[in-house]
Design a protein around this ligand. Structure first.
Ligand code: GBH
Length: 474
C-alpha cells in the first residue's frame, strides 16, 4: 500500500465522494424550452475569445442524455453529484416568472439522482448570467444581486422539498476578476473598478440568497458558497516578494473569505485599493447580509502560484508608481496538460489554514482535477494514469488535512465528463469519463474506475466488486 492509499484509508465511511459539472459546460440544448442567451453564449461569439471558436450549443448534450449520465454516476458508486442550474433556463432574461419547462429539467434530474440514492449538490450560479441582466449592468451593478435572490427563491420553490444542499455561487473570483478585469471570461471586461464592484455584488447576492432560502425553507438546508482558493507564498524571502504575497493573499483569498466568514473586508486590501483610488461599494447593512451564517464552505483547488514584487526587469513599481504583484509558477514541479503545477501538499496546507483562520465552518472540496491530453485506445478506453495519480494524491492531501484537524467532509472530482472548458473550448479534457463529441459516447477512464474502487473501499466494500462499468465501457 502506498502512503497515499494509507492516508485515504483513514477517511470515514460517511465522507462524501462525488463528481462535479456545470450547466453551460455540459447541457447543450442552447435554444430549447425557452432558454434565453447567457453571457457565455455572447462571449463565445466574440472572435478569438474561445479557442477553436467553440461554444456550449451542444456540449455533452446532457440536457437530452441526463438519465444515462445519472446511471453512470450510480455505476461509479458516487454518493454525491454537484451540478449547476442554468439561470437563463429557469428564469429567461433573469427576472419575472419561472420558465416551467426549464425548471422541469432540474426536477427530473433531482428525481433521477434520488432514485439512485445520489445526493444532489445544487449550485445556483456557475457563470451563466442571463444576457439581459448583463445589458442592465451585470455584476458591477448592485441590482443583479437582488435579481439573484429572487432567482434563488424561485428554484427553491420547485426543488426545496427534495434538495438539501445548496451552493449559491461558484468561484466569484472568476466571475468578477477573470470576467471583468482580465477579460478572459464572459463578459470580457478589462476594468479593475468593475471587478471590485462585481466581487462585492456577488458577495451580496450570496448573502441575500442565503437569507431568502433560510426564510423559505420548510426543513433544515445545508447552505454553502464555493470559492477558488490556493496558498499564497512569496517567490523569495525578499521584503518586496513578501509584500507581494501579502497583497495577493488579500486580493485573491481574504477578499473572498473575510466578508462571508468574518463580516468585514480586510483593512490591508482596502488600503491597497485606495492606492488605486478604488473603493468597495459597501452600503449600510451589506456586511451583515454577506456574513449570514453558512453550513459548508466549498473549496475548489487546482494549483497555487507564488508572488513576486518585481517585474521581469527587477523594477518594484509600475508605470503609475504602484507596487508590482506578479504571479509566478514555483518551477521544478510536474505539470498537467494545461501546464498547471501539481501541488497536492498545498491542498493540505490550504485546508489547515482555513480551519485555523476561520474556525467552525465545515469544508467540502467541491472541485479538484486535471486536464491531460487523453489518448483513447482502440476500444475507446483512456488509460489516464497521470489523472488518476493527480486525484489520488489530492484526495490523500485532503485526508491528511482531516487527520491534522481540518473539518473536511467531502471531495468531488472535476469533472464527471469531458466538457466545454470555457476559454479553452473542447481541446482541454478534465473528465473522469471520456466523451466522444462526434457520437456523444461516454467511456469511463481509468480515473473513474479508481474513484469507484475508492468509494467502495471507503464504505467497507471489496476492491473491484462493483459491476456495471468496465474499461472500454463494456
Ligand atoms: C474551475 O475554475 C471552474 O469552476 C470549472 O468550471 C472549470 O472547468 C475548472 O475549474 C477547470 O478550469 O485565466 O485564461 O487561464 C478554476 C479556475 C478557470 C482557472 C478557467 C483557469 C482559465 C482562464 N480556472 N481558467 S485563463
Amino acid at each position: 500500500m502506498t502512503d497515499d492509499e494509507a492516508a485515504i484509508g483513514l477517511l470515514p465511511p460517511d465522507f462524501r465522494l462525488g463528481a462535479a459539472t456545470s450547466a453551460y459546460q455540459i447541457e447543450g440544448a442552447a435554444a430549447e424550452d425557452g432558454l434565453t442567451p447567457s453571457i457565455w453564449d455572447t462571449f463565445c461569439r466574440v472572435p478569438g475569445a474561445v479557442a477553436g471558436g467553440d461554444t456550449g450549443d451542444v456540449a455533452c448534450d446532457h440536457y437530452h442524455r441526463m438519465p444515462e449520465d445519472v446511471a453512470l454516476l450510480a455505476a461509479l458508486g458516487l454518493d454525491t453529484y454537484r451540478f449547476s442550474v442554468s439561470w437563463p433556463r429557469v428564469q429567461p432574461g433573469g427576472r419575472g416568472p419561472a420558465n416551467p419547462a426549464g425548471l422541469a429539467f432540474y426536477d427530473r434530474l433531482v428525481d433521477e439522482l434520488l432514485s439512485h440514492g445520489i445526493t444532489p449538490w445544487l449550485t445556483l450560479y456557475h457563470w451563466d448570467l442571463p444576457q439581459e441582466l448583463q445589458d442592465a449592468g451585470g455584476w458591477p451593478a448592485r441590482d443583479t444581486a437582488l435579481r439573484f435572490a429572487d432567482y434563488a427563491e424561485l428554484v427553491h420553490e420547485r426543488l426545496g422539498d427534495r434538495v438539501t444542499h445548496w451552493t449559491t455561487l461558484n468561484e466569484p473570483f472568476c466571475s468578477a476578476i477573470l470576467g471583468h478585469v482580465e477579460g478572459v471570461h464572459a463578459p470580457g471586461g478589462r476594468s479593475l473598478a468593475d471587478g471590485v464592484r462585481a466581487v462585492h455584488h456577488l458577495h451580496l447576492a450570496h448573502g441575500l440568497a442565503v437569507r431568502r432560502l433560510r426564510a423559505a425553507a420548510r426543513r433544515p438546508l445545508d447552505l454553502a458558497v464555493t470559492h477558488l482558493l490556493g496558498t499564497s507564498r512569496p517567490a523569495t524571502d525578499s521584503t518586496a516578494d513578501r509584500e507581494a504575497a501579502r497583497r495577493a493573499d488579500a486580493f485573491g483569498f481574504r477578499f473572498y473569505l473575510d466578508p462571508i466568514l468574518r463580516g468585514r473586508y480586510p483593512q490591508d486590501l482596502i488600503d491597497d485599493l485606495a492606492l488605486r483610488r478604488l473603493e468597495i461599494p459597501v452600503r449600510d447593512g451589506d456586511l451583515a447580509t454577506i456574513a449570514a451564517p453558512i453550513d459548508t464552505l466549498g473549496v475548489n483547488y487546482y494549483r497555487s502560484l507564488r508572488s513576486s514584487g518585481v517585474d521581469e526587469n527587477g523594477a518594484g513599481t509600475d508605470a503609475e508608481g504602484l507596487p508590482v504583484t506578479r504571479n509566478l509558477p514555483h518551477g521544478g514541479l510536474p505539470v498537467t496538460g494545461l501546464g498547471w503545477e501539481v501541488m497536492p501538499h498545498d491542498l493540505t496546507e490550504l485546508l489547515l489554514r482555513i480551519a485555523r483562520d476561520y474556525p467552525g465552518t465545515p469544508m467540502v472540496v467541491t472541485e479538484n482535477g486535471a486536464a491531460y491530453e487523453d489518448r483513447p485506445g482502440p476500444d475507446g478506453f483512456v488509460d489516464d494514469t497521470a489523472r488518476t495519480a493527480y486525484l489520488s494524491a489530492h484526495l490523500a492531501a485532503v485526508a491528511r488535512a482531516r487527520t491534522a484537524g481540518a473539518d473536511v467532509r467531502g471531495y468531488f472530482a472535476w469533472s464527471l465528463l469531458d466538457n466545454f472548458e470555457w476559454a479553452y473550448g473542447y481541446a482541454e479534457r478534465f473528465g473522469i469519463v471520456h466523451v466522444d463529441y462526434a457520437t456523444q459516447t461516454r467511456t469511463p477512464k481509468r480515473s473513474a474506475l479508481w474513484l469507484r474502487d475508492t468509494a467502495l473501499r471507503l464504505r467497507g466494500g471489496v476492491h473491484g466488486a462493483a459491476g456495471g462499468v468496465e474499461p472500454g465501457g463494456r
